[in-house]
Ligand binder design. Structure first.
Ligand code: PLP
Length: 458
């Protein structure tokens, strides 16, 4: 495939440094083979996350200069409110410092002890914010999402049979609400179809259940609907978005992804009761209801970014840049999760390093080896991230042992993608020479952030 042409030109650059081979070897050892512990200045291409790492446009930076930092009634809040109405069709907006602030307010309002929240897979902070008020998140994604080789075009779809089973097994009153994530992060950035949303809405109507989206990656999801779903080939992205949202009772939103900003979030709804309850809580936890933890200038950047992030030419370039990296790897038979999603490429470490035992942490090993080879920073998403079983204390080895290469928006060029692919292909060719790791330090909570490792003899 041809590299996608960028729908922008570059006005400001930030120099990056490629450390020497000697320094890379030293740096990854100092970091205990944990890419979270590398210093950013030792990284050449940073593919750790797409969260808060986007490059803003000149229009967004100009908006930062007209930040109205009034404590109450900032004009930037009303610009944000207008942008949410125009793009997503919600009339009520509660601003928050980032996505998890919105989850906190929304879920504290909707979840009662011992209730369940079915969702298409899960997200770390969302799951926790369902658990804090005493609820439990349960999986209702289609089976295809759990198979890295399956080419289903909408691997983010909810399984209505699983939904029916939750209703039958638990009873409607035990379901707090139905949670639907757009372009499911943990499944590899896989979209939900409009058809599925429509059917789920009918299902929720039948049982009088509320349907709340995690709309964080809804613009990228809308792009996939236009690309793959019959009837939407020529539909403007904003129309697709508004139809998607029209099936919901509200959304939580982390602006750090599709809104092309470095910080921010909000929740939005047309349901007056949800709005009044959450607007009441926002003043306790985040800030006044016209800033919610964001500076006026940040709200302006979010308002402009929300609109910009729905431009078709931009989304086409964005999704195709991720795809370009994926195609280069697939051409060289490097095992990745298929089809390529919206924001990241996931390497299948069990297939990449079949000579390693699970206890030798293949994904952790591979992320370290990629850094050592090229100073590209990736992230482990496998057994180290999964942690230990709460009851038995044993390591849990999930079916998927992956390395995530997450692409920041508008930040890296296609040549950076080529550089990344060629390093990984080079490693794949000499994969038998990559030694596994031994965990030598294990923190009690969220161990993947701070665990340390040493190389074992091959
Ligand atoms: C990032 C993210 C969140 C949390 O948002 P923050 O802005 O990091 O607090 C919630 N849901 C999804 C799907 C995300 O990707």
């Amino acid at each position: 495939m041809q590299p996608p042409a960028e729908p922008f030109k570059i006005k400001v650059v930030e120099p990056v440094n490629l450390p020497s081979e000697e320094r890379r070897k030293e740096a990854i050892r100092e970091a205990g083979f944990n890419t979270f512990l590398l210093l950013s200045e030792d990284v050449y291409i940073d593919l750790l996350t797409d969260s808060g790492t986007a490059a803003m446009s000149d229009n967004q930076w100009a908006g930062m200069m007209i930040g109205d930092e009034a404590y109450a009634g900032s004009k930037n809040f009303y610009n944000l409110e207008k942008a949410v109405l125009d793009v997503l069709g919600y009339k009520y907006v509660v601003p928050t410092h980032q996505g998890r602030g919105a989850e906190h307010l929304m879920f504290q309002h909707l979840v009662k002890p011992n209730q369940i929240v079915p969702r298409n897979m899960y997200f770390t902070t969302s799951k926790l914010h369902v658990e804090i008020p005493g609820g439990k998140m349960v999986d209702a994604i289609i089976d295809e999402a759990h198979d890295p080789e399956n080419l289903h075009p909408f691997k983010g779809d909810m399984d209505l049979n699983k939904m029916q089973k939750y209703v039958d097994d638990y009873g409607v009153e035990k379901i707090a609400f139905v949670s639907v994530e757009m372009n499911v992060n943990m499944a590899g950035g896989q979209p939900v179809s409009m058809d599925n949303l429509r059917k789920l809405r009918e299902f929720c109507n039948d049982y009088k259940l509320k349907m709340i989206y995690d709309a964080t990656r809804s613009s990228e999801n809308a792009y996939f609907i236009r690309e793959r779903e019959t009837g939407y080939e020529d539909t403007p992205i904003i129309e697709i978005l508004r139809e998607m949202m029209s099936y919901s009772d509200g959304s939580v939103y982390s602006s750090k992804k599709d809104c092309l900003v470095n910080i921010g979030g909000f929740l939005a709804t047309n349901d007056k009761e949800i709005f009044e309850a959450t607007r009441n809580m926002v003043v306790i936890y985040e800030g006044l209801h016209t800033y919610g933890g964001m500076a006026g200038r940040d709200m302006e950047a979010v308002a402009r970014g929300l609109r910009e992030g729905t431009q078709y030419e931009y989304l086409k370039y964005r999704v195709n840049q991720v795809r370009y990296l994926g195609e280069m790897l697939m051409e060289a038979n490097v095992p990745i999760v298929k089809p390529t999603g919206g924001h990241a490429i996931f390497l299948n470490a069990l297939k990449f390093l079949p000579h390693l035992e699970r206890e030798q942490w293949p994904a952790q090993t591979l992320a370290g080896a990629i850094y050592e080879d090229s100073a590209v920073r990736a992230m482990e998403r496998g057994a180290v991230s999964k942690g230990r079983d709460k009851e038995t204390g044993e390591n849990v080895f999930p079916a998927l042992e992956l390395v995530r290469l997450t692409i920041p928006r508008r930040v890296y060029t296609n040549t950076h993608m080529e550089y990344t692919a060629s390093s990984i292909i080079n490693l794949y060719e000499k994969r038998n020479t990559i030694p596994g790791l031994k965990m030598v330090y294990e923190p009690k909570y969220l161990r993947f952030f701070q665990a340390k490792f040493e190389q074992m003899p091959l």
